[in-house]
Structure formats: structure tokens, C-alpha cells
Design a binder for this molecule. Structure first.
Ligand code: NI
Length: 255
């Protein structure tokens, strides 16, 4: 059984065959999917998918590229969504200094506000951090560590940083990138952190694993990620599946 802890099935890349694809998941062993919001539209679409499919759950949160859409009313709307039974996380939220769609101050303001929402509603967080490792870590450490926990999604920082997050009680999200030949550091991260802290994710439609690299990703390709983790850790793939599934249930649970 596989738990895809970070997916975007609301993306237009799935418009043609969303229902066919999602209907094939359970028979392929993908038994839980957390569909996270990026924009406000994505937050609503995640709720709609969770209402339609028993195995799909929703994250409520706005990605740093889209925080310009937020105001107090929109935050209140998300607070209400966070109290719904199938909302399992606040995310994806964080900082993105690569695209820099909003100023760093604006990004930090809404990152802090959404971390507070997670604390107040008792939900774990799904964190996006790109070219902003230091600021993300500092904010997590001072304003969130020891509260509701969470995952650093598509972890792309150093082994040292991974160890620091693990020390603070966070999980490390691993997806298709780990299968890339040039992903040396991500492979080292997988070797270095405890198995009990690794979560599987796709970030689909992006970041498909080898041999599908560059194509549309879906949870059906997660066995490729499992195989690579198993190779690095010298474990049976079945064991990797079992442990990562337990990890995801421990973090996100069901309410
Ligand atoms: Ni994402």
C-alpha cells in the first residue's frame, strides 16, 4: 500500500483523463492520496476531489507563488476548511526565492500566518522551500517546531539540513527526483535520515521518476521511487512501502 503525500490532481494536465486515472489507483496499490492546494482555486479543487473519492484527502494552503491572492477573508475560509474531516494538512506553504513572485517580506508574512493556522487547527504542514533553505528553517524552528509537525516536501537541501529537520520532528518528502542520475544529494539524504522519517510523494504532474522523466507524473509511478529508496537502503521494496505508509499515517492520521 502506498500513500502519495503530495499530489496536484486538480492540475489541468489531468483534465482529459482525471477520473479514469484516479479510478485506477486503488487496484494499483495507491490507497491514499493527499491532494494539496497551490492557489486558492487549488484549495477548493482539493476539497472537491476529496468529496468525490474516498481515498483522496485534501490539504488547505497557498503556495508562496500565489500568496498575493490571500487576505483575511480568504484565511478565514481556509480556517473553516481545516476543520473538515478530510482536510489532513495545511499546505503547500513556504518560501520560494527561485521564482520570487512576491517579495520575501510578503512571502514570510503569509507563511507565518498559515503556520499559525496549522497550529490553531491542529493540522500538520506540507512545506515548500526553494532557494530559501535558511529562512524556511529559521521560521520553522522559531515558530512551528514542537507543535503540529509536518513534512518538507520534495526535499532538495543538504544532508545536514535534513538531519536538523528530523531533529525538530519533521518528515522528509521523497519523490521522483531521487531516481535521477544527477540527484546525488537527495540519494545521500535518503541514506542518512531514519527510515521512520521518509514519506513518499509525487508532486504530480511534475517530477516523474526515471524512466518517465519529463513526462506527466502520477502516483502510479511511485513504485519506481520505492525501488530506488530500497536500493539505497539495501531493503526489500515491500518493506519501504510498509514503513513509509506507516510514517504517513502517523503524521497525517485520519480525523
Ligand atoms: Ni507541490
Amino acid at each position: 500500500m502506498i500513500f502519495d503525500t503530495h499530489a496536484h490532481y486538480d492540475d489541468e494536465a489531468f483534465d482529459e483523463d482525471r477520473d479514469t486515472l484516479l479510478s485506477s489507483m486503488e487496484s494499483a496499490g495507491i490507497t491514499r492520496i493527499l491532494n494539496v492546494g497551490a492557489s486558492l482555486g487549488g484549495v477548493q479543487a482539493s476539497q472537491d476531489l476529496a468529496a468525490r473519492y474516498p481515498f483522496v484527502y485534501a490539504g488547505a494552503g497557498v503556495h508562496p507563488d500565489h500568496v498575493g491572492e490571500l487576505d483575511d477573508d480568504k484565511m478565514q475560509w481556509m480556517y473553516d476548511l481545516c476543520r473538515k474531516e478530510k482536510t489532513l494538512a495545511v499546505g503547500e506553504i513556504g518560501l520560494d526565492y527561485y521564482w520570487d513572485k512576491e517579495s520575501h517580506e510578503v512571502q514570510k508574512k503569509w507563511f507565518r500566518a498559515q503556520l499559525a493556522m496549522a497550529r490553531e487547527t491542529g493540522l500538520p504542514v506540507s512545506i515548500h522551500s526553494r532557494d530559501a533553505a535558511r529562512d524556511t528553517f529559521d521560521i520553522m524552528k522559531t515558530e512551528h517546531a514542537g507543535t503540529t509537525g509536518g513534512v518538507i516536501h520534495c526535499f532538495s537541501s543538504s544532508v545536514e539540513m535534513a538531519r536538523e529537520y528530523v531533529k525538530l520532528g519533521y518528515y522528509i518528502g521523497i519523490g521522483g527526483v531521487v531516481t535521477f542520475k544527477n540527484a546525488r544529494v537527495v540519494k545521500e539524504v535518503v541514506a542518512a535520515v531514519p527510515m521512520e522519517r521518509i514519506l513518499l510523494e509525487t508532486d504530480c504532474p511534475y517530477l516523474a521518476p526515471v524512466p518517465h522523466r519529463g513526462k506527466r507524473n502520477s502516483s502510479l509511478y511511485l513504485p519506481k521511487v520505492v525501488e530506488e529508496i530500497a536500493r539505497i537502503r539495501e531493503m526489500e521494496p515491500e518493506k519501504v512501502e510498509e514503513i513509509t505508509f506507516e510514517n504517513a499515517v502517523r503524521l497525517f492520521g485520519e480525523r
